[in-house]
Structure formats: C-alpha cells, structure tokens
Design a binder for this molecule. Structure first.
Ligand SMILES: [Fe+2]
Ligand SMILES: [Fe+2]
Length: 364
C-alpha cells in the first residue's frame, strides 16, 4: 500500500502536536539522529514538531530501497516500538499517519527484497545451503579472524550494536503468532538469549560489556548516526518480519539463518578479538555464542521451523524467503565493510574517535 498524495490533513495537530516533548515523552531514549534526506527528515519533523508533511507515494517510489534515507526513516518508525527517542512522545508509536507512511516504506523495501533475493526451491534447501561453510571463506568474519585490526573490530561492533543491544527483541514479536512445538522451541531459544533468568547473562548485556572492552559507548542507539544503510537494512528486516503476522514464516526463516550461521562466525570473531587484544568481555560475547548457537541451530531447525511447517505447510516459501533474504542483506553488508576496509577507509559514515584507553596486551 502506498500513501497517496502528501499527507496534509494537518500541519500540526493530533497526538503530541506542538508538545511532542510534553507528557508521555521518552525523555531518556537515545538522541534522534540527523536526517539523511527528505523521508527521514519528515519523520524527525513529525516526532519533534508534530509536522505532518509526510512525503507521498511518488517520493517513496523514487527512493533507493536500500539507501540511507529510506532505511533511516524506516528505522526511526520501527524504533518507536522498542525504546523510542529522547524528545519524541510515546504516543507516536501508533500514530495513523506515521503508520501509513511506514507501510509505504515497508512496501518499497519488501518489494525490492523479494525481487533481489535468489529464490531457493524450499525452506530445507535454503537452510541446507547455509550449513555449507566455504573452505577458503572470504567473508567479514574470515577477514577479521585472519587480519582484522582493532579499529575494524570496533567499527564492526559499533554498527552491529544497533541490533545486539536489543538482541532477540525483534524475534520476540513472533511468539504469539506461533503455536505448539514451534512456540515452545522459540521461547526456549529466546529464554537463552534473554539470559535464562539472569540479568547478567542477557546477550544484549554481554554485548554492552564487549563494547566497553573496545572503548565504545554502550548506550543504546549511540552509534545510529554513524551506521551506514547496509546495517540499517539488516536491523529493519528483523523488525519488518517480526511486526507483521503475515511475515511470521519469513521471521522464522530469518531466525534459523541467523542461528545456523552464528556458531562458526562467532568462533572466528572470538579469535579475531583475542588476537587484536579486544579484551576478555569482548572475546566472551562471541565465545558464548559458539556453543549456545550450535544448540540453538538444532532446536530452531528441528522444532521451530519443523513445528511451524508441520502446522502450516503453506509457509514453506516464506521460510525460504526469510532465510535467503537474510543472507542477501548480510552479503550486502559484508561487501560494504570489505570494500571500505580494502581501501583503508572507515566503513562508518564518520570514523570513530580513537579508543580512549590503550589496548591491554592479551598476554599481560
Ligand atoms: Fe545471542
Ligand atoms: Fe542464539
């Protein structure tokens, strides 16, 4: 569904209008980022000033579906369902004009994703393909393991923090849309992701400790401004799949892809951080995922995917799409990172400040 003409029902008015920072505001959320074009500027103006001049369908259709402006606009709309932003009233989460605009952005993104993702024959085929580890892999985790420098690992962590500081949250949306074996298994894996009842073991918390080790600020959303579009697309995909019941099959396929590829990738990243002197908490985050995700992979494959498709066999193509599109977006991100690093330049929109404390020698 596309929005028609520019929404002009009111330039201000409606929830929070003229007083977006008043009662109900998220005063302690992350700061709103700088806009990256007309689409994201319009969302920021809505959240801060109540301005309802949201661009219409033609502007959305003309935007690059993977570009900075559309991806940031979508990210801003989605983030209202997680932590919100400082100065943006909580009431914007369910604002009809913003939801209509978000739907147009989603359609643009999802249509591109469906067109650009190679179509596997079945969910089983898509997931089997992920199990094959190339002997001489040249992905990001291979590169970081073999020759990654500390500044590259810091850049990697800074942009990944947009997901890992809310790790497993986007997948929790799917729980009410599952039943029986799939639901029980999904909750079992999520229970681990959320620390198994221990706040100090919540994976998002472990990632915050990794960031501290790397001299990064672990505040939620801190690196949004410097995070490039390919990473925003990775995070937005999870929210898109999670927030729509119609995409529950795609969410499960996505989750399976993440869990299947996590264990070997985490092993390489743990080695990379160890070698580069990333610090014990940094190594621990990935070391923890080597074993945990080897188990999660089995549970997700057998019971979450298996249980869902047993109950709803018609979702097979959606599960396949979810897995294949995850690989597609991860490959785009990987290409972006390696292209920048090959040229010795930052993969971020701006380079990070230097690590504030000297690296601790790994054999001290
Ligand atoms: Fe995790
Ligand atoms: Fe996991």
């Amino acid at each position: 569904m596309a929005t028609g003409a520019t929404t002009t029902a009111a330039t201000t008015g409606g929830p929070g209008a003229g007083s977006a920072g008043a009662a109900g505001s998220a005063v302690d959320g992350p700061a709103l980022p700088a806009p990256r074009g007309d689409l994201s500027a319009a969302v920021i103006a809505l959240l801060t000033e109540g301005s309802r001049h949201l661009p219409g369908g033609p502007a959305v259709s003309a935007a690059d579906p993977y570009g900075d402006d559309l991806q940031l606009a979508l990210y801003l709309a989605y983030e209202l369902h997680y932590r919100g932003f400082a100065g943006a009233g909580d009431q914007w989460e369910w604002d009809p004009d913003l939801l209509r605009f978000r739907r147009a952005l989603e359609e643009r993104f999802l249509t591109a994703l469906r067109a650009d993702t190679p179509r596997p024959g079945s969910a089983a085929e898509a997931l089997d393909a992920l199990l094959v580890e190339p002997v001489d892999g040249d992905g990001v985790s291979h590169r970081l393991q073999d020759s990654g420098e500390l500044w590259q690992l810091r850049e990697y962590a800074a942009q990944r923090s947009l997901y890992h500081l809310k790790e497993a949250d986007p997948h929790a949306w799917v729980i009410p849309r599952l039943e029986g074996r799939a639901k029980a298994a999904m909750v079992a894996v999520e229970f681990d992701e959320f620390g198994g009842g221990r706040a100090d073991r919540v994976h998002a918390r472990l990632f915050a400790e990794l960031m501290t080790d790397l001299g990064l600020d672990p505040a939620y959303g801190r690196y949004l401004d410097v995070t490039p579009a390919p990473m925003l697309a990775v995070v937005n995909q999870m929210s898109l799949f999670g927030l729509h019941r119609a995409l529950r099959g795609a969410l499960v396929g996505h989750f399976a892809a993440v869990e299947i590829t996590s264990s070997p990738g985490s092993r390489r990243l743990a080695k990379a951080l160890e070698r580069a002197g990333g610090g014990p908490a940094a190594v621990h985050f990935y070391a923890e995922h080597v074993e945990a995700d080897a188990v999660h992979e089995q549970i997700v494959r057998r019971d979450v995917v298996g249980g869902l498709l047993e109950a709803e066999p018609g979702l097979d193509a959606d599960v396949a799409f979810g897995a294949a599109s995850t690989e597609f977006l991860e490959d785009r991100l990987g290409s972006h990172l390696l292209a920048a690093w090959d040229e010795g330049r930052t993969s971020l929109r701006e380079p990070l400040p230097a690590r504030p404390v000297p690296p601790v020698p790994s054999h001290a």
